[in-house]
Design a protein around this ligand. Structure first.
Ligand SMILES: Nc1ncnc2c1ncn2[C@@H]1O[C@H](COP(=O)(O)OP(=O)(O)O)[C@@H](O)[C@H]1O
Ligand SMILES: [Mg+2]
Length: 392
């Protein structure tokens, strides 16, 4: 602590030379440090017109950097602000991770109280706004594109889980964290961000800690965070991409509201093909589409250990590995554990076809006190402090 306040004082004392100072103190030579002034001018003073989104960590702005590059500039909210040292440590980790299917971090700004991340700007927005959005997008997601997107996401996640040392659990795999570049190559965003949340921040939004429909039951209920929880989220996403539907849609008839439940039902009735997006007009290989759906089911099995690793998922998606159908067991569904009271509501998000809306408060320690109540917000809050479990 003494050491930290010393560093902080030094940083403030020599504000004119601050970027160099931080770099010298923490040895982040490979991370570009932006001045607040530079980011302010890139975003025209963080103008509303340049705001492109708002997530659990803060607001995101589109900006043009001095070198002409377009950037997505993520201003972390006060809650998710950390001390300089912790922040810079995590930034170093994130910036060293590079892969075709991961969003590139250009650098950051750690001036005064500001904690800002600067990412490569992806022109084709996120899967939640395009594929699962309410039809504002001009992108045609034909089968070939969908298959390329699924395989790309799987490769990005396999890289985080199995090649990066120490490995990274993403913790928030969902459609809005899959961005598309101009060629529709998928890029996973926000990896490593979960660790930027200060440890004492136990009351976090699910927009930070995972969104309900993508949450593996063991993570939501017991706070067990492993790579297998990410794989569960990936399985849900895979089924969303093939079906073109959100994981939860309370405007649909009962029995069809939860995508995963419906997928299992159709699988048992040997009618999985009925789930494939009708907007493909039948222009897809049914064997391949059903294979993808079965892989989605393999990834969302209730028992974490039964879920395949991401590298085997890649092999199964590309056809290098055969799926053993006998191995598919029932998916883990949060609704099996809790009485989720979900009420349909008016569309609260114009960008999305997902119409579920609930506020959930439950604690990982005390299931009996779990309460889930309907509300009008699309975000949910949960109270738990999930440990990183590296055993699975
Ligand atoms: N690198 C990026 N390029 C383009 N748009 C981005 C980028 N990063 C984030 N966005 C946009 O900003 C929105 C908010 O992002 P974020 O704060 O991560 O919240 P969430 O992931 O919960 O939507 C995203 O949904 C996306 O539309
Ligand atoms: Mg995000």
């Amino acid at each position: 602590m003494t050491c930290f306040s010393f560093l902080f004082r030094r940083r403030l004392d020599s504000s004119t030379n601050q970027p160099f100072e931080v770099e010298e103190e923490f040895g982040i030579h490979n991370v570009k440090l932006y001045t607040y002034k530079e980011l302010r001018s890139a975003t025209e003073d963080f103008s509303l017109a340049n705001k492109i989104g708002e997530g659990g960590f803060g607001s995101v702005y589109k900006g043009q950097l001095k070198n002409g590059n377009l950037a997505a500039i993520k201003v972390l909210s006060a809650e998710s602000r950390q001390g300089v040292k912790e922040f810079v440590t995590e930034i170093k980790v994130i910036s060293e991770v590079e892969h075709e299917n991961l969003v590139k971090l250009y650098g950051c700004c750690v001036e005064d109280n500001h904690r800002i991340l600067v990412y490569n700007y992806l022109e084709n927005n996120s899967l939640s706004q395009t594929l699962l959005g309410s039809g504002h997008s001009n992108i045609q997601f034909n089968w070939k594109t969908r298959s390329k997107i699924c395989i790309g996401i799987a490769r990005g996640l396999a890289f985080l889980h199995e090649e990066v040392k120490p490995y990274i659990v993403h913790r928030d795999i969902k459609a809005s964290n899959i961005l598309l570049d101009k060629d529709l190559t998928p890029k996973i965003s926000d990896f490593g961000l979960a660790k930027l949340i200060p440890a004492n921040m136990t009351h976090v939004s699910t927009r930070v800690a995972g969104t309900i429909g993508y949450l593996a039951p063991e993570y939501a209920i017991r706070g067990q965070l492993t790579r297998k929880a990410d794989i569960y989220g990936f399985g849900v996403l895979l089924i969303e991409i093939v079906s073109g539907r959100c994981n939860t849609n309370t405007q649909l008839p009962v029995g069809e509201q939860y995508l995963l439940e419906q997928t299992w039902d159709l699988y048992e009735r040997r009618a999985l093909v009925g789930l494939v997006d009708i907007s493909l007009n039948g222009d897809f290989d049914p064997e391949e589409a059903c294979r993808f759906l079965k892989i989605g089911l393999l990834c969302t099995q209730d028992t974490p250990k039964l879920r395949p690793s991401m590298s085997s998922v890649v092999k199964m998606l590309t056809g290098q590995k055969v799926i053993d159908e006998k191995k598919i067991t029932k998916p883990g569904l949060i609704s099996d554990f809790m009485d989720l009271k979900v009420r349909s509501s008016e569309k609260t998000k114009s960008e999305s076809k997902c119409t579920s809306s609930y506020n959930a408060t439950f604690s990982s320690d005390n299931l009996d006190n779990s309460t889930l109540s309907s509300g009008t917000s699309t975000s949910a809050t949960m109270t738990f402090n999930p440990p990183y479990d590296r055993s699975v």
